[in-house]
Design a protein around this ligand. Structure first.
Ligand SMILES: [Zn+2]
Length: 390
């Protein structure tokens, strides 16, 4: 198990957690690889490159989002994603794959060094094996599995393409692969999307395990950076299974539902528009009482005793919990310990219970890295403002 608290909070955000893995020090909420004293620390993928490894990040979020950024960038604020994109290119990651094309204008991409750039699944498959590859498959995050249309690769396809690019690097490689939208679905209390995104992650993991089959030279670390919203099964007996069967019938995400509502409410009756959007996406017809609560939340009125749980997505998640039997605590991360699983050489370095920065220690020792050498300018101390979690 892994304890996920960060330097300034029991409940971490993804930046601080990823930075713990990224540099081996606890950082403050929202901060990437800069400790509370303002000192900058070399991120693990740059460190890996100094030690002769090829490197890559793969995610279903924007590639500039907090988790991949924690592996390769230094920033006083995770939202500085244009700057994070610039660092990803300038620091010479070999593979960058996911969403977030909006942060990579030509002026940034032109500074790449020998990378192929692809923007569709078909183009990706054509370039498999290219040693340096940038895949930007969406302007923003990659759409949820339930909403995905068009020519976008799955997480497993991206992960395997990344491995095919990196596997012949003479010094080996370090690759970070994230099923990042699991977290977003949990923030939304969107149980159907959460399950679909987790299944997509599980399939990607299966693809990676197939690649590892018969090898004895690769350490795999599987974990998450924090709990989120604590979804729990809450129905007894047969009702529990019936609820999950209903959940698997959902065809669209909450994100799709809320896009429909914000479009439709401009010139339609909010109550009718909301009811139709929920039913079209989930097949669930809300009863009048439930619909009234949902509409009240859409009008920013309080309907839940726990103030944090009054986001319209959380209210919808709570209404659908009545059908699915999957209930959430809030739209926020939680402080729970999380699973940490490893396979391959170096696994013995991982203790049964670890703090996030200790994972950095175990990985860098397993890889036999020399101590990190700061990049030019990294001796500059950075002033930090306090950031609230997200
Ligand atoms: Zn999150």
């Amino acid at each position: 198990m892994q304890m996920t608290s960060c330097a300034d909070a029991l409940v971490t955000d993804s930046a601080a957690a990823a930075a713990g893995w990224g540099c081996g020090f606890s950082c403050n909420t929202g901060v990437l690889n800069i400790t509370p004293d303002g000192r900058q620390h070399l991120p693990i993928l740059v460190h890996a490159k100094q030690n002769g490894r090829a490197t890559g990040v793969v995610t279903t979020t924007r590639v500039t989002h907090a988790t991949p950024a924690g592996f390769c960038a230094n920033s006083p604020h995770r939202d500085l994603e244009d700057d994070i994109a610039r660092q990803q290119i300038e620091r010479g990651l070999d593979v960058i794959m996911g969403g977030g094309a909006r942060h990579f204008p030509d002026t940034v991409l032109d500074r790449r060094d020998g990378h192929e750039v692809v923007r569709t699944a078909d183009a990706l498959f054509e370039k498999v094996g290219s040693p340096r590859l940038i895949g930007l498959f969406s302007r923003d995050h990659i759409p949820y599995v339930l909403d995905r249309t068009g020519d976008i690769p799955s997480l497993g396809e991206m992960a395997i393409a990344a491995i095919r690019s990196l596997e012949s690097a003479p010094g080996g490689f370090v690759l970070q692969v994230e099923g990042g939208r699991v977290d977003h679905a949990a923030h939304d209390n969107d149980a159907p999307s959460l399950v679909r995104e987790q299944i997509e992650f599980d399939r990607a993991l299966g693809d990676v395990l197939d690649w590892m089959d018969g090898r004895d030279d690769t350490l795999l670390v599987v974990t998450t950076d924090h709990g989120n919203a604590n979804p729990g099964l809450t129905f007894y007996g047969k009702r529990g299974e019936q609820g999950l069967r209903r959940l698997l019938k959902a065809e669209r995400s909450f994100e799709w539902i809320f896009a429909r509502i914000s479009q439709g409410r401009k010139d339609g009756d909010l109550s009718r528009v909301a009811a139709q959007a929920v039913e079209a996406a989930t097949g669930v017809a809300l009863d009048q009482e439930g619909l009234n609560l949902f509409v009240a939340s859409l009008e920013s009125r309080r309907v839940m005793p726990f103030r944090q749980a009054n986001t319209p997505t959380s209210v919808l998640g709570s209404l659908l919990a009545t059908v699915y039997g999957v209930a959430f605590t809030s739209p926020n991360h939680t402080s729970d310990m999380v699973e940490l699983t490893t396979l391959g050489p170096g696994s013995e370095r991982f203790a049964p219970l670890m703090r996030v920065p200790e994972v950095w220690t175990a990985v860098t020792q397993a890889m036999g890295f020399a101590p990190p050498q700061p990049l030019e300018g990294m001796d500059r101390v950075i002033g930090l403002k306090r950031i609230e979690g997200d």
